[in-house]
Design a protein around this ligand. Structure first.
Ligand SMILES: NC(=O)c1ccc[n+]([C@@H]2O[C@H](COP(=O)([O-])OP(=O)(O)OC[C@H]3O[C@@H](n4cnc5c(N)ncnc54)[C@H](OP(=O)(O)O)[C@@H]3O)[C@@H](O)[C@H]2O)c1
Length: 235
C-alpha cells in the first residue's frame, strides 16, 4: 500500500515501539517526523532506515501538513507502593503519558482542521494497563486509563473536522520497557513470573494498518499482546 507521501509524526521514536513504527511507516511511503529527547538515538534510527534525511523533518514547516499523529512516547515510575511514590515521580509519568499526548493532540487538531484536504488520524498508545493494573504501577495505570478518555473525547470532538482517533493497547512487546518481564516480574499474588513477550514488529505492522484506513473508517480500539501473557482468565 502506498501512503502517497502522507505525513506522519511519531513521538518517542528514539526506541522500541515508536522507532519500529516510524521506520515501518517510512517503508510504507509516509514522510515521517520522529520526535524524542535523545537526539543521538533519533539520528541512529534515521541511519538504520536507509532513507535519506530529505524524508525527515523536525517541524511542520517542512511538510506543511499532518496526516497521522502517533502519540507513543511514555514511561513508568519505579515499582514501589503507591503511598511511597513522590509527587515528582507521579508528575513525571502524568506529564509524559497524559499531558504530552494531550498537548500533541491539541496541536495536531489545529493543523488537521486547517489543512486542505482537511482531517487526519490520531493514534494513541494505551496499554493492557488501560484495562488492568500490575502491582505497584498506579501512575502508569492511571495515566493509561486516562488515555482511553483522551481517545474517546478526541474521537467524538474530532468528527466534525474529519479527524479519526484510535487506541492501540499493547501487551508485552519486546522493548527496553518490558525487559523486566523477560527476567521475571511480580504478579498480583506476590510470586515472580517470567512473562512471554512478542516481537515489536507486530505492533509496527498494526500501526501501519490503522494508519492506512481512509478517514471514514477507524480501528477504534485494538489489543495486541503476547498470546500467553497473563491478562485474560484472571492471570
Ligand atoms: N512495550 C510494551 O509492551 C508496551 C505495552 C503497553 C504500552 N506500551 C507503551 O508504548 C509506548 C512506548 O513504549 P516502549 O515499550 O517502546 O518503551 P521504550 O523502548 O522505553 O521507549 C519509550 C519512548 O518514549 C520516550 N520517552 C520516555 N520517557 C519520556 C518522557 N518522560 N517524555 C517524553 N518521551 C519519553 C523515549 O524517548 P526519549 O527517552 O529519547 O525521549 C522512547 O522513545 C509507551 O507509551 C508505553 O507505555 C508499551
Amino acid at each position: 500500500m502506498d501512503a502517497n507521501g502522507k505525513v506522519a509524526l511519531v513521538t518517542g521514536a528514539s526506541a522500541g515501539i515508536g522507532k519500529a513504527s516510524a521506520l515501518a511507516l517510512l517503508r510504507e511511503g509516509y514522510r515521517v517526523v520522529l520526535t524524542a529527547r535523545r537526539r543521538e538515538l533519533l539520528d541512529k534510527a534515521i541511519a538504520e532506515s536507509g532513507v535519506g534525511p530529505d524524508r525527515f523533518a523536525q517541524a511542520k514547516q517542512k511538510f506543511a501538513r499532518l496526516d497521522v499523529l502517533f502519540n507513543n512516547g511514555g514511561t513508568g515510575a519505579p515499582a514501589i507502593p503507591m503511598e511511597d511514590l513522590t509527587y515528582e515521580q507521579w508528575m513525571t509519568v502524568v506529564n509524559a503519558n497524559l499531558t504530552g499526548a494531550f498537548l500533541c493532540t491539541q496541536e495536531a487538531i489545529r493543523i488537521m482542521k486547517a489543512q486542505d484536504p482537511k482531517g487526519g488520524r490520531i493514534i494513541n498508545n494505551g496499554s493492557i494497563s488501560a484495562h488492568a493494573p500490575r502491582p505497584n504501577t498506579v501512575a502508569y495505570t492511571a495515566t493509561k486509563h486516562a488515555i482511553t478518555g483522551l481517545t474517546k473525547s478526541t474521537s467524538l470532538d474530532g468528527r466534525k473536522h474529519d479527524i479519526a482517533c484510535s487506541q492501540i493497547d499493547i501487551g508485552n512487546a519486546a522493548t527496553e520497557m518490558t525487559e523486566r518481564m523477560a527476567k521475571g516480574i511480580v504478579q498480583p499474588n506476590g510470586e515472580m513470573m517470567v512473562e512471554p513477550r512478542m516481537n515489536v514488529t507486530h505492533v509496527a505492522d498494526a500501526i501501519v494498518f490503522m494508519a492506512s484506513l481512509p478517514l471514514d473508517s477507524n480501528v477504534q480500539f485494538m489489543t495486541i499482546m503476547a498470546t500467553k501473557m497473563p491478562f485474560v482468565g484472571r492471570g
